[in-house]
Design a protein around this ligand. Structure first.
Ligand SMILES: [Zn+2]
Ligand SMILES: [Zn+2]
Ligand SMILES: [Zn+2]
Length: 394
């Protein structure tokens, strides 16, 4: 029994064509034609299937994989499996990986990374919200405690989606923000994100939905822009969060996602050209309702009567570098006014009486922010007996 390689390309299966990998085999055949004996040992070489991880002989398939950006060698048995991983599209062996009720399947590697636990979902949402707030911090009001987050199954997601009229197919979108007014006329939001996304995609989706809450809070100031541009702006926030956290694969996914019909790509290009501040100004006071990459200077055209303002002064919050979390708790900044004040402690933005995970060195501490003063905060660190006071910048 010899080992045969079949090369498959994603569009069209090409079976039986030999390339470098199986040169020895072609030469074996050629040598047979020439009547030359060939070492039988070589012909018996076995190959390791990268899916079932078994060393086998027989037919092998070489399949181009977009996720891993390389060829994957798999045995005939694995190649014929019907179930494919939702994330990497590799075949999934029976009784391995994860199967969700909506028929999505995940390979063992990705089963470990998809968000299905409510606790994990909430902490990913908090992280995404903190990062998005950090990007938007100079443009209040920032929605914060008025957001209720829900991770839902696809079935529940579709049900929620259909309560309010929308034009998207609820089977193809992953996040939904429903705004409503409370009895005092204040905005409150329900954010729904579908379970079973990779942690990075889940985080980016949460950041996108946070951007919707922010746009709604600003609605009295933000004029009517095209729906695709709204979605493009929310994708821009998700893209910026992904970029800040070094999530390269997620950045690519966002740019390749046709959902905003190219508006995210136009906005990413516009931000490079003119700065994020100009984008926010355009969203608020621009003339056009759509970003045209061919007419980028139109982003500078503002409605009549709009005051030309100086860009906001950058607060003393340094952009957070995930890899360089301080070794102790540091109050890096204070923002907001009245009852809506926030403290930036290491990488976490906390309101008074809010508890959250704060990155310290390479681990996390659970910190509750008790009081926010003008240049200090009082916090209770979980596991410590007494509260501590943190002074700004120390
Ligand atoms: Zn296999
Ligand atoms: Zn996978
Ligand atoms: Zn959206």
């Amino acid at each position: 029994m010899v080992t045969l390689f079949f090369y498959e390309n994603p569009e069209q299966k090409i079976l039986g064509s030999f390339t470098a990998k199986s040169m020895w085999l072609s030469s074996y055949i050629v040598m047979l034609f020439l009547g030359v004996m060939f070492s039988i040992q070589t012909a018996h070489a076995s190959e390791l299937c990268q899916v079932c991880k078994l060393r086998k002989e027989g037919q092998f398939y070489v399949v181009k994989n977009r996720y891993y950006k390389r060829d994957i060698i798999m045995c005939r048995f694995c190649h014929q499996l019907d179930e494919r991983c939702e994330i990497c599209s590799l075949p999934v062996l029976p009784k391995t990986g994860l199967r969700l009720p909506d028929k999505r399947v995940f390979c063992p590697d990705h089963a470990k990374t998809v968000v299905v636990e409510p606790g994990q979902a909430s902490s990913v949402f908090s992280k995404a919200k903190n990062e998005a707030m950090d990007i938007l911090r100079q443009y209040p009001p920032l929605p914060h405690l008025n957001i209720t987050f829900h991770m839902v199954t696809r079935e529940d997601f579709v049900r929620e989606y259909r309560r309010t009229p929308g034009i998207d197919n609820p089977y193809t979108v992953a996040g939904l923000t429903i705004p409503r007014r409370d009895e005092n006329g204040q905005w409150i939001f329900d954010v729904y994100v579908v379970h079973g996304l990779s942690e990075d995609t889940f985080l980016a989706t949460c950041a996108h939905e946070y951007a919707h809450t922010w746009l709604t809070e600003r609605e009295t100031r933000v004029r009517q822009v095209h729906k695709d541009t709204v979605e493009g702006f929310c994708e821009l926030i998700a893209y910026k969060v992904a970029s800040k956290l070094g999530m390269d694969r997620e950045m690519t996914r966002i740019l390749e996602n046709p959902y905003s019909r190219g508006q995210v790509n136009a906005l990413v290009a516009a931000e490079k050209e003119y700065s994020f501040y100009k984008i926010v100004r355009w969203m608020t006071d621009g003339v056009d309702s759509w970003v045209d990459v061919e007419k980028m200077p139109r982003l500078l055209a503002l409605r009549d009567g709009t005051k030309e303002e100086e860009p906001p002064v950058v607060l003393n919050w340094a952009p957070v570098q995930r890899t360089q979390a301080p070794q102790k708790l540091i109050l890096k900044g204070l923002s907001g006014t009245g009852n809506h004040r926030f403290a930036l402690i290491n990488d976490a933005t906390l309101a008074a009486n809010e508890e959250g995970k704060v990155r310290v060195g390479t681990s996390n501490q659970v910190v509750r922010c008790l009081v926010i003063n003008s240049n200090s905060v009082i916090v209770q660190v979980r596991g410590e007996n007494a509260p501590r006071t943190l002074l700004l910048g120390l």
